[in-house]
Design a protein around this ligand. Sequence first.
Ligand SMILES: Nc1ncnc2c1ncn2[C@@H]1O[C@H](COP(=O)(O)OP(=O)(O)OP(=O)(O)O)[C@@H](O)[C@H]1O
Ligand SMILES: [Zn+2]
Length: 480
Amino acid sequence: MPLKIYNSLTRSKEEFTPLHPGQVTMYVCGPTVYGHAHLGHAKSYVSFDVVLKWLRHLGYRVTYIQNITDVGHLTDDADEGEDKIARQARREQTDPMEIAQLYTRSYYEDMDRLGVDRPNIAPTATGHIPDQIALIRTLIEKGHAYEVNGNVYFSVESFPGYGKLSGRTTDDARQPGGRVEARSEKRHPADFALWKKAEPGHLMKWESPWSEGYPGWHAECSAMAMKYLGETIDIHGGGMENKFPHHECEIAQSEAATGHPYVRYWMHNNMVTVDGTKMGKSLGNFINLKDIFNEFEPIVIRFFILQSHYRSPLDFSHQAVKASQTGLEKLRESWLRLTASAPGEEDIDTDAYENRLVEAMNDDFNTPVALAVLFDLSKAINTALDSGGLKEEARNDCIRLFSTFGIEVLGILDNRPNTVNEASTSIAQALEGAMSLLLDIRQKARQSKDYETSDLIRDRLDEAGITIKDTREGAEWKLG
Ligand SMILES: Nc1ncnc2c1ncn2[C@@H]1O[C@H](COP(=O)(O)OP(=O)(O)OP(=O)(O)O)[C@@H](O)[C@H]1O
Ligand SMILES: [Zn+2]
């Protein structure tokens, strides 16, 4: 089965074929860096990390761009309100650039801990002002944008495709965000700002042909995506709340400027919620990743996220993450037992498991199903190991499947020594307990002159690679 992706634009699962064979261009909206990343961000970026890893596993050369929004994202979607970064700078009594840099570093720190691969290019909005100005200039030249009092707006009525992603019409959008539009200088209430003239005292501002000001939030993604990936990109991702207005506006301004389709596959992740409400910085109900990492290993959070599909909502609770932790422990134990196991006679139909894993990932990156298959496989492995071990070939295939899907693609198992050490410690403790029991039983058998039982214990342990030595202090055991 070939890879199928749910395309938000056509509202259907489509077979994936990139524009250029063997190569994929992918753009995902990055964070607005005015606070530490929260669990909602983790869902978005872990989900797209798995998309990236699976595409690379399939052999595509993927160029992955994820921007950093460090200017232009206002507190209100309707082109009003304060810049989020500037507002935070005011609160922390520092420069906006310091805020942006502080939280950019913090963001990558958290994503690294979650095992999220860094993008090939991470362009910032402030680093691409000339590109945004060039895009706006083209839109004005082509009659899709107009200037009023130093502000530039995109004219939604000039672009018939406006609304094709979100399903909104320009009439629906008459009052973006459901509010009565305050600014009357727009020709149509749904027109959105491409450039804004800076108010007095505004710190982040640049020279432009229209005014000293700053770009609207939507302009940066179009300008940077097209600069690095070309006029038509294969995959564009982001959270579903960004379909409107952000992505709708991106489509309008990009396609109006180039005359070409902007994105072939639009992908949107669903939301992390708390008691059914979206987790968000502006809503104040967020849980910082740094705080969660004090309680749970980052890999547990990654596992928790991937246990639900990227297009499903994920409700956060401590109990739910604890349950994930227990589940992950089971997988880890099987993985460790498998790698430490000696060959035996048991067989597993690993092809069947592999087919199910590939099918799950090719079915719009269905990570919960892939994880369920890994659990089934781990049960089969445990049963085989309990019955004396796996045949060499089956054992190698199982190791390959765990490495490919558990480590490389899903990133929920690792080879990090501390994890292995933690797991080995618990196995060593269990072994210690079991051995002390066996040696006690053997001692009792010897005392009652039941040499048949005591020899049986010694010989069977010997076969299992454990040597018993009788000393004056009592019996001792060692591996090998
Ligand atoms: N609760 C959430 N669940 C899933 N994805 C989210 C969530 N919150 C944000 N995202 C996604 O993270 C990316 C970065 O979002 P952004 O930095 O604008 O964060 P935000 O917390 O939504 O900010 P704000 O609350 O101020 O709107 C976007 O693609 C967004 O859709
Ligand atoms: Zn964007």
